[in-house]
Design a protein around this ligand. Structure first.
Ligand SMILES: N[C@@H](CCC(=O)N[C@@H](CS)C(=O)NCC(=O)O)C(=O)O
Length: 232
């Protein structure tokens, strides 16, 4: 497939956009990356391609848009099925991976956001405790899913690695800005090692944002969110 037949509407700091890019890299699919400047205005192509949520990422395959990062990852796995598998082939393992991915999006990552947005020490401590509790659960899930192998997906990066790993840059930024350690040898040794392996994987390293650069962006986002909402 020619590069121009696959496009990703995205933005470099977006954890969700990273999911689509990692999945395409795993399948060795070339694509055109169209950078959206969400804080300025959304492109006509984005508004047309994702009229319901108006969010990135959007994968455009030929002339067909696919929205929502985890749906995009599953689509990529199904369309380029001759490449390495992303979702587990076993139905129970697949259901388990989807369960944890939903937990990450609906519960765990919102707590990370709350650390940055917290007004007051009590709110901050509550959010940190929620993130830490979640990491203990995820440490156990890693043991169960990986069965002693390097990734949630086994020998190579799979669906849950992508779903969780895309949050690592923001986790590191949160650690840096808040002066706390969320992944540690004492509490989450397996996840600590997994995080290093994930970030240095060939499919990931070029799309994982630099912590310093993302921290600067994060400070700007927090300031804007406390002031005004981004343009629709
Ligand atoms: N559930 C969506 C979330 C996507 C999302 O929140 N994208 C953000 C960028 S990280 C966005 O487009 N924000 C613009 C807006 O909220 O208007 C997914 O997984 O794709």
């Amino acid at each position: 497939m020619a590069k121009s037949d696959v496009k990703v509407l995205g933005s470099w700091p977006s954890q969700y956009v990273m999911r689509a890019r990692i999945a395409l890299n795993i399948k060795s699919v070339s694509y055109e990356f169209l950078e959206e400047k969400l804080w300025e205005s959304k492109s006509e192509l984005l508004l047309k391609s994702n009229p319901v949520h108006k969010k990135i990422p959007v994968l455009i395959h030929g002339d067909k848009p696919i929205c929502e990062s985890l749906i995009i990852v599953q689509y990529i796995d199904e369309v380029w099925s001759s490449g390495p598998s992303i979702l587990p082939s076993d139905p129970h393992e697949r259901a388990t991976a989807r369960f944890w991915a939903a937990y990450l999006d609906e519960k765990w990552f919102p707590s990370i956001r709350s650390i940055g947005m917290a007004q007051g020490e009590d709110a901050r401590k509550t959010a940190i405790a929620q993130v830490e509790e979640g990491l203990v659960l995820l440490e156990e899930a890693f043991g169960n899913c990986s069965k002693g192998k390097p990734f949630f997906g086994g020998d190579q990066i799979g669906y849950l690695d992508i779903a969780f790993g895309c949050f690592l840059a923001w986790l590191r930024v949160t650690e840096k800005i808040s002066g706390i350690k969320l992944l540690s040898e004492a509490n989450t040794p397996a996840l600590l090692n997994w995080a290093d392996r994930f970030c240095s994987d060939a499919a990931v390293k070029d799309v994982m944002p630099d912590t310093e650069k993302l921290a600067e962006f994060g400070k700007m986002v927090i300031a804007k969110m406390r002031g005004a909402a981004p343009p629709k």
